[in-house]
Design a protein around this ligand. Structure first.
Ligand code: MRU
Length: 348
């Protein structure tokens, strides 16, 4: 359908190993890392070598599969105890993306099924591959549903990176824009650079260029300027966790964009697979926000910007209350208000 997904494979399973495209080195270097130890996968998630909620979920599942293959025992009890340790190590990498925990829950369910250790190992690899396949299919459907919301001539503002790199599939927010472009609509992308780690400047620009989508890069603090001038027709972002009421956690700065969009009467869409929805939490108040190291703010790629000893806050995500969200684009259709009901229906 789009072609870009086939070009960019951020996570691939290869019989007994997982291959990850190191996103921290893009766009300067395209380096693929082959991993046979689940601890390498856990470190890659923590260090953002693989990032974006759906891709984190897929990598986590493959990490558990690798961990299962690494356990050398015939005892089911020993196997399950060690597999539980593998899962705990992967769970401790990043707290916010729902996809990671959903993948771990699915893998744990398979591990609890009947059979010998070798049968369980095979079943765990198969489940990880299945989780990946489902994310690919979900993003494909999201792109198709979302593209219907875009009109010829639209300028679409997005934040962070939500393409094939972030999803191991066709993308969510960026995928929607790429699909509209592919369908021949004359859409233009306005990409936020996304401080502090520049996922927008480094990754979204890289992907949009490959897809041939006309694009302008702006710094995060320019978004209000363009919204007020009437030069943005809609905002689309991804999500890391969506609560039962539609409140959405996404990359830090998303909330600011949503408030600016409402103030300027511009629709604000969230595009995410249902694997990002967490119906166990009633609202965004319950979402755990990852706090990352201060060096990500004081320096960039080893170059220091702020003086030594600077006090830093570095929340990686923020929560956008549902009142700012126009609609949520999922693989099961577009959810409009009231979100609680729509989310239930989309998950049914
Ligand atoms: O810290 P990151 O780079 O993993 O954050 C990614 C985002 O916030 C994305 O917008 C989100 O995961 C959606 S990915 C389709």
């Amino acid at each position: 359908m789009i072609g870009l997904m086939e070009l960019i494979q951020s996570v691939v399973w290869l019989v007994d190993r997982v291959r990850i495209l190191d996103q921290t080195l893009l766009p300067q270097q395209e380096v693929y890392l082959d991993m046979t130890d689940f601890r390498e996968v856990a470190a890659a998630i923590k260090e953002l070598k693989v990032r974006g909620a759906p891709a984190i979920g897929v990598a986590a599942a493959y990490g558990v599969a690798l961990g299962a293959l690494q356990i050398k025992t015939n005892s089911r009890t020993v196997f399950l105890r060690r597999l539980n340790e593998v899962s705990e190590i992967i769970a401790a990498t990043r707290p916010t993306a729902r996809n990671l925990f959903r993948a771990l829950e699915r893998m744990a369910k398979v591990a609890a099924s009947k059979g010998s250790v070798s049968h369980l190992q095979e079943a765990l690899v198969a489940e990880a591959i299945q989780i990946h396949r489902e994310e690919i299919a979900a993003t494909r459907a999201i792109c198709r549903h979302g593209a219907k919301l875009l009109q010829d001539g639209d300028i679409v503002l997005t934040h962070c990176n939500t393409g094939p790199l972030a999803t191991c599939g066709y993308g969510t927010a960026l995928g929607v824009i790429i699909e509209a472009h592919r369908q021949g609509k004359k859409v233009k992308l306005l990409a936020d650079e996304t401080r502090p780690l520049l996922q927008g400047a480094r990754l979204t620009v890289w992907e949009a260029q490959k897809a041939g989508v006309p694009m302008t890069l702006i710094t995060d603090n320019m978004a209000g300027y363009f919204l007020k001038k009437g030069e943005v027709n809609c905002v689309i972002t991804g999500a890391d966790r969506i609560a039962a009421n539609g409140d959405t956690a996404n990359k830090i700065g998303t909330y600011t964009l949503a408030v600016l969009a409402k103030e300027n009467k511009v629709p604000f869409y969230v595009a995410a697979p249902t694997s990002t929805i967490d119906t166990a939490i009633a609202s965004g108040e319950e979402i755990v926000i990852e706090e990352r190291g201060g060096d990500e703010v004081t320096s960039f790629q080893g170059v220091r910007a702020a003086p030594e000893g600077t006090m830093v806050a570095n929340p990686a995500f923020d929560v956008t209350p549902n009142r700012y969200i126009t609609a949520i684009i999922t693989e099961n259709g577009i959810i409009r208000k009231p979100f609680q009901k729509g989310i239930k229906r989309a998950l049914a």
